[in-house]
Design a protein. Structure first.
Lengths: 735, 258
């Protein structure tokens, strides 16, 4: 199946927000805090530009509430008296001459009286414990979780061996191809309309309502063609939409606000840095009896989505293993960095990195091969996860592991490298990780979202899908069309997609959490089945129809009876329960399971690590579109190789100092190995055609597989990513 | 685009004399623009008067005489990569050109520009240094040839007067039988800016070594003494890493050329 919007993209007809132009449109820019956390003492507009021609907006101009509505509503659209971090927006300016806007941006002087900063998880925690430096709330803690299964203290008492380990991961920039941007038209009479690049139209909608104090019908959000998101366009677009709309409201003119790459990299959210401490108790025969995990993430200066990122990281922290006693404490802590936010994997890549390094450490302490140690502890059907969720689906991790090791010639390479390395300048190694990723919102999240999808037939005999789920390059349009065509029994070409526009499409929830196919796709299927039944029950269509007969019947229905529409509404699978207080229960409707294997070469001259081969073996329910599914896995592995080895955010005074693609080293295709993707299928009863979510899965297990391979190659246990050559050197020299 | 475009001036040089006369009026040359335009985009291009010399064909030639290969300052990386005689006698130039930026940059970027932009991280200067290049500097007062090893004086400081244009580069044809060694360390394999760039040639006891990204300017090592480098910590790497890798590369060069 060709991509629904593919031809429009390759012929340049696809309209991205920066392609739009409105009559009388002016250009906006954001002036940010030039210092760090502090009190805003004054704002001066230096001479050199005609300031009387500019629209200028500060916190004082906000017509409604000055917060970005999300979870805790703590982040202002514009800092007023206090600024919490060095990339915070304080002043907005706009002018018809886009070049003059940039000249003017340099002529705004913001005087900030410095307040103390908190630059690390340690300092944030120290502030929390000693009350020394509190920068957020009462204790610098955005959110904490405590999860307990069994009796961990007794588990440790029974353990023959207790192994501890510390692990850290760094920030990572999403680096979608299209930088962020919005256009807004706003006035008291018509309300507020924004067009832009985004993942979640209804998140933007929700944020604009209190900002302007308008009713929901007065706010309209339209998603333009969007060049990638990876979580980076989950929450920050609300901020930009608000800024564009505030300028439009004050000027009375359409305002375009587009970030260039530098602003997008430095000012918008990144992956949460993390620190994990593991304490693992095992018996001498290699059975896990106690796992104690402390997992902290750096949320930056405002809460944004940290609570939910932490939740996913916490739930995934104990991995696909059966252990009777598990205790996990986790915290999202405040620092004075720009807020961290959603990024593919959403906390799970961080905690799984720690776990899969720790599992190798435990195996080594036991004298067991890492694969054998895992085999002795894998979850099987009927076992319970760390949240006490009983695994009801058929899960066969042993088979995935066996196949992944076969496909990568694991044992052969391990032996060969062991023999060759002592005499070789280049050191080679092979390693793997086993993991899972829960698809959809956590716990009761999907019930709270109660997503809706509508389908409607047109007089031309086409069927249009109305959903707020966005195409951001991952294939939503194509997959939804396939699901609809299958459910309706008509040709793929008869399916159309309505542009996500909050004035016309129902809220099918945000395009996040690997939920679009599994959860929303199921609603597309249900809505299409409903539509088909309506037609059949009307007597206008006989079962066994062709696409042409369907089209005629639909036209006849519209003529004789009226609009032909049907909706699908979310219903949770049966026997699912979740307790938000104890964090126990069915965390996710379904998990995808995977085993990833990496082969690396470490060059002791340059300390560079190269990934030579990569096998990604996963079970994802049912693959709906093999090419797109393969693309998701390949892209995710590539992005995770960046996370593991290349992409280091250089922080300087609370800011990203390498906000350019020349200095923030994302791997190129020349740096990537062959990524060999394999799927095992095990249809999930509550996904469309049996599909489970896959978008985030490939981000989770790559980094630990690579670091496990590096440990094999060098004999050095590296536990901190990104593992850039400078860090490799320091450890190898210290050896 | 963060620059205020209307406040910049750009003139196009008709020929070399015209270019030289515009230099005296405060216009600076822009050739491929692969460095200048990056600063322009970022709003960090302080100088406002620019002169495009890109259309001067007399500066985009490769001439071969029995003693020298001489190329015009506007010779692009792609021109270098396509030259059979450079490949045969000065292979490090080919490697350096192939590792500079991507295809688009190689099509526009010029060797002369790479020299006078004077980035410490530039990739062709170490090769030019070991090949004992000379550069021709031309002004209305006339031309002079300067040994390239004497050209860089400090960070972005060169033996180049404000009315002089770098017009040609020549390499003595005496290295064909030497062993050539080049290594660019930039963490990723393409589109990278060097953390350390190493060029070396050797024939028996004769050895010439030059490096990039380990000091304020590309450096030619007198007596091949690696301790002469002075790397720093910056956004791309650390001084310790650069020092250690430079030493390792020196060792590897000695080993490979032995």
């Amino acid at each position: 199946m060709p991509r629904k919007e593919g031809a429009r993209k390759v012929t340049g007809q696809a309209q991205y927000v920066d392609d739009l132009k409105f009559p009388g449109m002016i250009y906006g820019a954001t002036v940010r805090n030039p210092a760090r956390r502090g009190n805003i003492r004054g704002i001066a507009f230096l001479p050199g530009v005609p300031w009387d021609e500019f629209t200028i907006v500060t916190a004082k101009d906000i017509p409604g509430k000055n917060y970005v509505a999300l979870i805790l509503n703590d982040q202002p659209f514009l800092a007023g008296e206090i600024t919490a971090h060095g990339e915070e927006a304080i002043v907005l300016i706009a002018h018809p001459d886009r070049y003059l806007v940039e000249e003017a941006r340099r002529r705004v002087r913001i005087d900030v009286e410095a307040l103390p900063c908190v630059d690390s998880l340690e300092d944030s925690l120290a502030g929390s414990l000693n009350g020394t430096e509190i920068i957020w709330g009462d204790n610098n803690i955005f959110k904490s979780y405590f999860m307990n299964k069994g009796d961990v203290d007794r588990g440790f008492a029974e353990a023959d061996l207790i192994i501890e380990g510390d692990y850290e991961t760094g920030a990572q920039e999403q680096l979608y191809i299209e930088s962020n941007g919005m256009i807004a038209v706003a006035n008291p009479h018509d309300g507020v309309t924004v067009w832009g690049s985004m993942q979640c139209p209804y998140y933007v909608h929700k944020a604009l309502i209190p900002l302007f104090g308008l009713t929901p019908e007065k706010i309209r959000v339209i998603q333009m063609e969007t060049g990638g998101g990876f979580g980076g366009k989950e929450e920050y677009p609300s901020m930009i939409a608000g800024h564009a709309a505030l300028l439009a409201w004050k000027s009375g003119r359409p305002v375009k606000l587009i970030y260039d790459r530098a602003e997008d990299m430095t000012a918008t959210t990144k992956r949460h840095p993390s620190r994990t401490k593991h304490r693992t108790g095992v018996t001498r025969d290699g059975k896990l009896v106690a796992m104690e995990i402390d997992f902290d993430i750096d949320g930056g200066a405002y809460a944004t989505l940290s609570a939910v990122v932490l939740s996913r990281g916490t739930i995934h922290a104990a991995g696909p293993y059966s252990c009777p006693n598990v205790r996990i404490r986790s915290r999202a802590l405040a620092t004075t960095y720009p807020p961290h936010g959603a990024f593919r994997g959403f906390g799970a890549p961080q905690s799984i990195f720690a776990l899969e390094r720790q599992m190798n450490k435990v195996a080594a302490a036991l004298g067991l091969p890492p694969e054998e140690f895992r085999r002795r502890n894998f979850l099987h059907g009927g076992d319970t996860t760390a949240t006490g969720q009983v695994i009801r689906e058929k899960v066969d991790l042993d088979d995935l592991l066996f196949r992944a090791l076969e496909l990568s010639h694991y044992h052969h390479h391990r032996d060969t490298f062991d023999r060759a390395n002592p005499a070789s300048r280049l050191k080679r190694g092979i390693g793997f990780a086993t993991f899972m990723h829960g698809a959809g919102f956590t716990g009761s999240g999907e019930v709270a979202l109660s997503s809706v999808v509508t389908v409607e037939a047109t007089r031309e005999g086409k069927v249009r899908i109305l959903a707020a789920s966005t195409e951001i390059g991952q294939g939503t349009n194509t997959i939804f069309s396939q699901i609809a065509a299958d459910a309706l029994g008509v040709d793929y070409s008869l399916i159309e997609l309505a542009q996500p526009d909050t004035s016309t499409v129902p809220n099918s929830g945000p395009t996040v959490a690997s939920r679009t196919v599994m959860v929303v796709g199921k609603l597309v299927e249900a809505a299409c089945v409903g539509l088909k039944h309506k037609l059949i029950f009307s007597g206008l269509l006989e079962p066994g129809y062709s696409s042409v007969e369907f089209a005629h019947a639909a036209a006849a229905y519209i003529d004789r009876i009226g609009p032909l529409r049907a909706s699908g509404e979310y219903k949770p699978p049966p026997n699912v329960s979740w307790n938000d207080e104890t964090y126990q229960g069915d965390a996710y409707g379904a998990y995808a399971w995977a085993v990833y294997v990496a082969i690396v070469t470490v060059d002791p001259v340059t300390y560079e690590v190269r990934v030579d081969d990569f096998v990604a073996m996963q079970e994802v329910g049912k693959v709906i579109h093999p090419v797109l599914a393969m693309g998701q896995i390949e892209g995710g592995v590539a992005q995770a190789i960046g996370f593991a080895l290349y992409e280091r955010v250089a922080w300087n005074n609370g800011r990203m100092a390498n906000g350019q693609m020349t200095n923030y080293i994302m791997p190129t295709s020349a740096d990537l190995p062959p990524i060999r993707v394999f799927f095992a299928e095990n249809p999930y009863a509550y996904g469309p055609s049996g599909a489970k979510g896959i978008g985030e899965l490939p981000m989770d297990g790559v980094a630990p597989a690579i670091l496990n391979a590096i440990e094999h190659a060098t004999g050095v246990a590296f536990n901190h990513i990104p593992l850039v050559p400078e860090l490799v050197m320091e450890s190898l020299l210290a050896r | 685009m963060r620059s205020h475009v209307p406040s910049y001036e750009l003139v196009v040089a008709r020929d070399l004399p015209h270019a030289l006369s515009m230099l005296t009026e405060g216009f600076r040359p822009i050739a491929g623009g692969t460095d200048v335009m990056v600063l322009f985009e970022a709003g960090k291009l302080a100088h406002k008067k620019w002169m495009s010399i890109r259309g001067l064909p007399e500066l985009r030639t490769i001439d071969v005489t029995p003693d020298h290969i001489t190329f015009g300052a506007l010779t692009t990386y792609t021109d270098v990569r396509r030259s059979a005689i450079i490949a045969a006698e000065f292979p490090l130039m080919i490697e350096a050109a192939a590792l500079t930026g991507g295809i688009a940059t190689q099509n526009r970027g010029t060797i002369g520009g790479n020299i006078v932009n004077a980035s410490p991280a530039a990739d062709t200067p170490p090769a030019l240094l070991v090949y004992d290049a000379e550069v021709e500097l031309t002004s209305p007062r006339g031309s002079r040839w300067v040994p390239y090893t004497q050209f860089h004086k400090g960070y972005k400081v060169m033996d180049l007067a404000s009315d002089e244009l770098l017009t040609r580069i020549r390499l003595p044809r005496k290295f064909a039988s030497w062993t050539h060694f080049y290594r660019k360390v930039g963490t990723r394999r393409a589109q990278a800016i060097s953390k350390v760039c190493f060029a070396g040639v050797r024939r028996g006891d004769q050895m010439r070594v030059a490096l990039g990204s380990v000091g304020p300017a590309p450096i030619f090592l007198e007596n091949s003494d690696i301790s002469a480098i002075s790397p720093i910590d910056d956004v791309r790497s650390t001084a310790r890493y650069r020092m250690q890798v430079a030493k390792n590369l020196m060792e590897e060069f000695l080993h490979a050329s032995a």
